[in-house]
Design a protein. Structure first.
Length: 82
């Protein structure tokens, strides 16, 4: 049965630890909203360049629709940095 690790996987090290624990798949949600290039940066060895907190001025750059942005900004603690 496939198992997917979800939650609190913010860095490449986090992902490696989850996979080393025997979990074959990981899911990134908030992390990909905060850093859309997360996977590419890991593949390129640029882990140090991964954003882990939401840029409150980054809605346009991150291409987040207004309804989702409003929920993110108005739900303290849901995203790091908000």
């Amino acid at each position: 049965m496939p198992i997917i690790g979800v939650g609190s996987i913010q860095t490449a090290d986090d992902a490696v630890k989850v996979q080393q624990s025997g979990t074959p798949l990981i899911a990134l949600g908030r992390e990909l909203i905060i850093e859309p290039d997360w996977v590419q940066k890991v593949e390129q060895g640029l882990e140090y360049d991964i954003e882990t907190t939401l840029d409150k001025e980054g809605q346009k750059r991150l291409d987040i629709p207004d309804p989702l942005w409003n929920v993110i900004i108005n739900t303290p603690g849901w995203f790091p940095g908000v």
